[in-house]
Design a protein around this ligand. Sequence first.
Ligand SMILES: *Cc1c(COP(=O)(O)O)cnc(C)c1O
Length: 361
Amino acid sequence: MINVTKVYLPDREKYLSYVNEIFDSGHLTNNGPFVQKLEKRLEEFLDVRNVILVSNGTAALELAYKALGLSGKVVTTPFSFAATTTSLVYSGLQPVFADIDPETFNIDPEKIAQKIDGETRAIVPVHVFGNACDVESIGEIAREKDLKVVYDAAHAFDVRFKDRSLLSFGDISTLSFHATKLFHTIEGGAVITQNDDLAEKIRKMRNFGMADSEHIPYAGTNAKMNEFEAAMGLCLLDEIGTIIQKRREVTERYEKSLEGIVEYQRHHPKATRNYSYFPVLFENETIMKRILQALGENDIHPRRYFYPSLDTLPFVTSDETMEISRSVAERILCLPLYPDLETKDIEKISSIIRRQLEPNT
Ligand SMILES: *Cc1c(COP(=O)(O)O)cnc(C)c1O
């Protein structure tokens, strides 16, 4: 069976040596030594000022909204994983959708501008599949309209934009370190900000809002990462260069063998790629479903990332149908992508797709 992704596990002995240290120290959680070490190492590796590790990527988004004191309306993308929208609604905010660009699959800055009114407080774009948003235009809109920007950067680990980290844009960027993501800590996530005061606030807010055992300045939550999770991150960070390189090789093999028969996402020319997903777009939903079925019959299971378009969720309203997002959501598949996906499997997947698209060849 080949799935869209396969959980990557680090060197077993190395992880167990960390576990032994945890057993020896008895320090399981509450800002332990491994969490602190992973934060430092990630700040250096990602080239950002503050990395605040938290329990998951959804908690990272919710902490970001709370720390910025958001209320009212937030302009966001309809084409993402559900958590981008559900975290907003869960936090008492009203998502207002702006449609995506049909080639980049990212929120279209021109459409953001049209959706802003007197109650809008923030923009929450997503670097979908690790493809950098038009951060320059989004930054301009935010400055002009005095809005906060929180990037859901769950897919954008290690992406650079021009000469700086993509994660350093906006007021806050959030990461997910769920087991299925490019870099993971089993469950986990991070809040990233270049603003030291905001970082201090978020550090307290992930720990119930406590400054110390007697001072509780904020109404926070419990979003702490534990030491077993941080240990997983420390192990994986040692291997991340190889992981990304292997994913790049798989991606390039796919691109070669599927050339000319499917559409790819257009990547931002000023940004690097991290090869976190391999999305392909088909002409229509019927063809996509035929391919999904043909692959399924061979025990190959891509995923309909991201379907459905989030403007169709039962607990949101939209004054306008998100036509482009709905159209892309209906026609897209993310093909299996993980470091040790074998060349023969890539060839097999590609030829099954090719046979469906070119039945006479
Ligand atoms: C995975 C993901 C999240 C949620 O992260 P969790 O760690 O699973 O809570 C949020 N947004 C996007 C775009 C994601 O892909």
